[in-house]
Ligand binder design. Structure first.
Ligand SMILES: NC(=O)c1ccc[n+]([C@@H]2O[C@H](COP(=O)([O-])OP(=O)(O)OC[C@H]3O[C@@H](n4cnc5c(N)ncnc54)[C@H](O)[C@@H]3O)[C@@H](O)[C@H]2O)c1
Length: 317
């Protein structure tokens, strides 16, 4: 059945793909994004879509905007992706990350409580402590707020789960692992695949922070968006924390080699925040499979190839 959905952060990288998935499935979508890191052009393809009801440029921190949106549209589901996502920015300016990621989530929860709206809270694998074995990180793995970004997300997660326990509000915390694919920014921090591919295509060196032995479990963005959307339509996951990842980790050194094929193009530089690095991230998605029937479908090689094609076609200005 078609639902009224509020998507925060919908003009961002993953938000763009969640928008696509929701529209493909026939839902009516409202987007709230302050464009602090997103772009309206990410939504260009859907501009004429009759079910993309409205794009509101505004901040989560404006309770008036939120109140008006919820009152008018009585959302069935809120996918809450809007957040500050950059680890280094959170170290330099923790207030902005705390306000957007934690306080903003509280404001969302207050509205959802008022209207009985299901909340899908987008957390992150960055809340976990390093992985210590090959069975991977499941949802019982210890967390560690190694950066204010992780700390703000853990704070918000606890509030999201408290609304389930205290008020019976249907809420779920989802923790996707590092996500990559078309529409991810190729500059700055975070999009390691996009940055490496862009540098490779431009004939530049690939810079690795630190020794490059740190590993990442890389999730292709369409697999991620399918997981996010499914979490909104399942009662099984209410009150739960659920991971999603590829189930394979790769060191940053091996990722760089996979992308360039030429070791001479790889350079190691001093890590900008070694204290907040997580040495090994490998996801165990058994719970997502059990509760949602979700499994990743796109291999790392295939995902890299799709992302490379997109960047090569000038996908990002
Ligand atoms: N990219 C990843 O690898 C990854 C992995 C796991 C989880 N996540 C989470 O997924 C979500 C989306 O991440 P992304 O990679 O697409 O990043 P993104 O920066 O592209 O998307 C976040 C969006 O939120 C918007 N935003 C930020 N603060 C806002 C505010 N106060 N009000 C309204 N909008 C605001 C930004 O403009 C941006 O469009 C985030 O919650 C992030 O923490 C990302």
């Amino acid at each position: 059945m078609s639902k009224n959905v509020l998507l925060t952060g919908g003009a961002g990288f993953i938000g763009r793909w969640v928008t696509k998935k929701l529209l493909d499935e026939g839902h009516r979508v409202w987007i709230l994004d302050d464009l602090s890191n997103g772009r309206e052009t990410n939504l260009e393809e859907f501009r004429q879509h009759s079910d993309l009801k409205k794009f509101v440029r505004g901040t989560l921190l404006d309770e008036q905007i939120l109140g008006d949106l919820f009152e008018e549209h009585k959302f069935d589901i809120c996918y809450h992706l809007g957040a500050s996502i950059n680890v280094q920015d959170s170290i330099d300016d923790p207030r902005t990350t705390f306000n957007n990621d934690t306080v903003g989530t509280f404001y969302i929860l207050e509205q959802c409580k008022k209207y009985g709206t299901k909340v899908v809270f987008m957390s992150t694998c960055m809340v976990y402590d390093r992985c210590s074995d090959e069975s991977g990180i499941d949802e019982n793995h210890p967390t560690k707020p190694a950066s204010p970004y992780a700390g703000a997300k853990i704070g918000a997660e606890n509030m999201v789960l408290s609304y389930y326990h205290a008020y019976g509000l249907p809420t779920v915390v989802i923790r996707p692992f590092n996500t990559y694919g078309p529409f991810q920014k190729t500059g700055g921090e975070g999009g390691v695949v996009a940055i490496f591919l862009k540098n490779e295509l431009e004939g530049k060196t690939l810079n690795i922070y630190g020794e490059g032995t740190q590993t990442r479990d890389l999730l292709y963005v369409e697999d991620c968006a399918r997981f996010v959307v499914q979490a909104g339509f399942s009662d099984e996951v209410n009150g739960e924390i659920v991971n999603a990842g590829l189930g394979r980790d790769i060191s940053v050194n091996d990722l760089a080699l996979l992308i360039t094929g030429d070791a001479a193009r790889i350079k190691h530089v001093e890590h900008i925040h070694p204290q907040s690095e997580i040495q090994k991230l490998l996801c165990n998605s058994g719970k997502a499979k059990r509760l949602l029937g979700w499994e990743p479908q796109v291999s790392l090689e295939e995902g890299i190839s799709r992302t490379r094609d997109w960047i090569a076609q000038g996908g990002l200005a």
